[in-house]
Design a protein around this ligand. Structure first.
Ligand code: F6R
Length: 609
């Protein structure tokens, strides 16, 4: 949700700002802008659309400057248009913002009464006017920003530039990510490290409530109340190649094909041992996992689907009751807390506002045993949990999550095995066999990826449709949900998922020759029942596309297309069956010519409620 880059240096920083925005574009891409100070004063350029449009404008205007802030937007308040694009300006101050200012209406009313004129519909503009107003009585730039943000409610990361103080920038964060990048002659800030590895690997992650002043080659951090604080410096491990497209056409395609490596990296900590160590979830995990009597998983979107699959594993293999909740619902409903619960949050980014808030809510209800499964080690979520598992999928840039999902599933399966072991439901032989199966995952995914040509063919036929139904049973029902989500996100085909047994209770009414039905049909205990459900579809003229296991004995016939996955994988088949669905969505989107990596209306990291 919006990306921020800011820099103060002793050279022209425009190329750094633009390259940083390009890297952050996954966070929002409806408009972009930058503000700079040069010898003649403050300049602002804004454009609707992608960073490329802004770059063209910058090239045309030849602007340059040593201090600047830049922004790529995902609209919350006010439609995407130049007037609403950041930076917003007030009395020689420019502000970029990521997040939502919840009390913006009352602040706007107050500032209007004081004579400030608003030129946009955004909540951000109140921040610019508020700081300008504070500067009237508090000449120190950092103190004025602190006084202004003390009046804000909501979530924000901001960067502020002041025409009359060209050698410094002020940044602050509360509930939205922001980090500093350091070098000998410059200081930077950005929403994530990918924007800054072009210039430095030395990073300092700000905490909520931190406010920092950035100068060339130095910085100082204080809390909102002015108390100085120090935050540790760390070396970013992000490799430049990991965030480049390479020979792929889209990031989503790259990330689908990176899954064998992402899984191998995630599973690396298992080594070659025949037994699994609870310590992979953190130093205290053996004690904590030994105490818990139930699991509550909270997450959003694709990460929520990973949680739904895990519920089947946790209950059947580890024998522990598990509930799974959409984070945005859980945080607002009255629930019955149990202190012996392990609260598991799952998030690719670790910055999803709803998931963070749901975790806070669970803790406030007295549930202190918390574990997160996350792909970003420095994220807010990781810092707020007592136990953690970092998936090593590498940066995921395509908006539609793929490799993060399969690595989350791998982590959740390991959690299942550890809980089963701690609860004495797994003997040594079973444990070794399970680990053998887990280690086989990268290879199994690689084999499935070889099915791409067949899936591409299906996509051609499929792409003219306006609607689709996805069916699955048991732990493959969440996989059907994930397949439907992928398809709707990037191809804009309306897709819904149902547990196959529910079909006759309503959705069967939708089935006709124009409604393709995609079925996830592994060879498990529910296969025969699923086959009967599929007959019900066929009898109504529905066209079936079935993803079966090699030994499912599903035959192609008129109106039934079958694609056989190479092997049969038991409990882990849910992780594997999602891969062809990712490829199907990708190829359908390609045929339909949509923007695969940046689908309309979406953004990668949802840091607003
Ligand atoms: C879908 C997708 C989203 C995210 C959701 C949660 O492809 O990517 O549904 O899964 O926004 O994001 P994280 O996992 O970062 O918390």
């Amino acid at each position: 949700m919006c990306g921020i880059v800011a820099a103060v240096a002793d050279r022209n920083i425009v190329p750094v700002l633009l390259e940083g925005l390009r890297k952050l574009e996954y966070r929002g891409y409806d408009s972009a802008g930058l503000a700079l100070i040069d010898a003649s004063g403050l300049h602002r350029l804004r454009s609707v659309g992608r960073v490329a449009e802004l770059t063209a404008q910058v090239e045309e205007s030849h602007v340059a400057g040593e201090t600047g802030i830049a922004h790529t937007r995902w609209a919350t308040h006010g439609v995407p248009c130049e007037r609403n694009a950041h930076p917003h300006i007030s009395a020689g101050l420019a502000v970029v913002h990521n997040g939502i200012i919840e009390n913006h209406e009352s602040l706007r009313g107050r500032l209007k009464a004081l004579g400030y004129q608003f030129t946009s519909d955004t909540d951000t503009e109140v921040v610019a006017h508020l700081i300008a107003h504070e500067l009237k009585t508090t000449p120190d730039f950092l103190s004025a920003v602190r006084q202004a943000i003390a009046q804000l409610q909501g979530a924000y990361a901001i960067a502020v530039l002041r025409e009359s103080d060209p050698s410094r920038l002020v940044v602050a964060r509360e509930g939205a990510p922001l980090l500093l990048g350091l070098s000998d002659d410059a200081c930077y800030a950005a929403s994530d490290a990918s924007a800054l590895v072009q210039v430095t690997r030395r990073m300092v992650y700000l905490d909520n409530g931190d406010c920092a002043e950035l100068m060339r080659g130095s910085y100082r951090i204080t809390r909102v109340n002015g108390m100085p604080v120090e935050r540790p410096e760390s070396e970013s491990q992000l490799s430049a190649e990991a965030i480049e497209l390479g020979n792929y056409r889209h990031y989503m395609q790259k990330e689908i094909f990176e899954q064998p490596v992402a899984l191998a990296n995630t599973l690396e900590m298992l080594g070659a041992a025949r037994s699994i160590q609870p310590g992979i979830f953190g130093a205290e995990s053996e004690t904590i996992l030994g105490k818990v009597r139930q699991v509550l998983i909270v997450a959003c979107g694709t990460s929520y689907h990973a949680g739904l699959v895990a519920r089947y594993w946790l209950e059947s293999i580890a024998g522990i009751p598990c509930s799974v909740e959409v984070a945005s619902e859980y945080r607002y409903r009255d629930s019955v807390p149990n202190p012996q619960t392990l609260v598991v949050t799952i998030s690719q980014s670790g910055e999803t506002a709803d998931t963070l808030a749901a975790l806070q809510h669970a803790k406030a209800l007295g549930m202190q045993h918390t574990l997160c499964i996350c792909n970003v080690p420095e994220s807010s979520l990781v810092r707020e949990n007592s136990l953690r598992f970092i998936t090593r999928a590498g940066p995921e840039i395509g908006v539609a999550s793929t490799k993060a999902f399969t690595t989350q599933l791998a982590a959740l399966y390991l959690l299942t095995l550890v809980l089963a072991k701690v609860r004495q439901r797994l003997d040594g032989q079973e444990e070794a066999a399970e680990l053998h199966a887990v280690r086989h995952l990268p290879m199994a995914v690689a084999k499935i990826l070889e099915l791409e040509p067949q899936i591409r063919e299906w996509a051609e036929r499929f792409s003219m449709k306006q609607h689709a139904l996805f069916l699955g049973r048991g732990r493959h029902y969440p996989i059907a949900m994930e397949g439907a989500l992928k398809l709707k996100e990037i191809s804009y085909i309306h897709a819904e998922a149902y547990p196959a047994g529910e079909l006759k209770h309503g959705p069967l009414a939708l089935v006709d020759r124009d409604m393709p039905v995609i079925a996830v049909a592994p060879n498990d205990a529910l296969l025969e029942k699923l086959k009967s459900n599929l007959q019900e579809v066929r009898a109504r003229g529905g066209e079936l596309y079935v993803f079966a296991d090699a030994d499912s004995e599903m035959k192609e016939s008129n109106g039934i297309q079958v694609l056989q996955l190479p092997e049969h994988y038991g409990a882990l088949s849910a992780l594997l069956h999602v891969v062809p669905l990712q490829l199907l969505a990708y190829h359908v989107a390609l045929v339909r010519g949509t923007d695969v990596d940046k689908p309309r209306n979406l953004a990668k990291s949802v840091t607003v409620e």
